[in-house]
Ligand binder design. Structure first.
Ligand code: SF4
Ligand code: SF4
Length: 169
């Protein structure tokens, strides 16, 4: 929970030096309207991340896991009318969070281990059917054998070996 008496007025400089001038963001939500991760649960709203940065809400930004839901499609980069780089903002926040605490492991990493996706697919079946698509997309989610091979690869990494409590799948 963010303590509003403790804000960091230089947070925008610290986090987003490579993201364009994020002070130009006027929360138009254009980047959100085309973002596949904005449909997820929880949703990723880059404009909210920008607001937290500009207000210096460091604690709240540190606790925010939604930047890890970005699927790096870059659609938002084409759309921002103000030359801000929403995709780069997600990556910059990830780097900043890890730099603040090198033992930090976002829950999204455990979710990738568990199902091969950061996003749960439970809620997308109906939408896909309505579009005439198969309920489960043709990703690793449809191939349990591949998912197990993917997990075996991840088990070889220090991240998983040293944090088995997070990777039970
Ligand atoms: S790059 Fe990330 S934030 Fe931008 S539209 Fe794609 S998923 Fe959303
Ligand atoms: S599209 Fe650009 S200006 Fe609009 S909310 Fe997203 S980052 Fe801000």
């Amino acid at each position: 929970m963010q303590n509003l008496t403790e804000v960091n007025g230089d947070l925008w400089r610290e986090v987003t030096e490579r993201c364009g001038d994020i002070r130009r963001c006027f929360s138009c939500s254009t980047c959100v309207s085309g973002c596949p991760a904005a449909e997820g649960s929880p949703p990723l709203f880059v404009r909210n991340l920008v607001t937290k940065i500009l207000l210096g809400l460091e604690e709240s930004l540190l606790e925010d896991e939604t930047p890890w839901l970005c699927v790096t499609c870059s659609a938002c980069e084409e759309m921002c009318p103000m030359g801000v780089h929403p995709f780069e903002i997600c990556l910059a926040i990830r780097r900043w969070q890890v730099s603040k605490d090198d033992s930090y492991i976002p829950a999204a990493v455990a979710e990738i281990f568990e199902r091969g996706h950061t996003q749960a697919l439970d809620s997308v079946g109906d939408k896909r059917r309505a579009l005439g698509l198969e309920e489960v997309p043709p990703t690793i989610a449809r191939f349990p054998g591949l998912l197990e091979r993917f997990r075996e690869m991840l088990r070889e990494t220090e991240l998983v070996r040293n944090n088995e409590y997070m990777f039970g799948g």
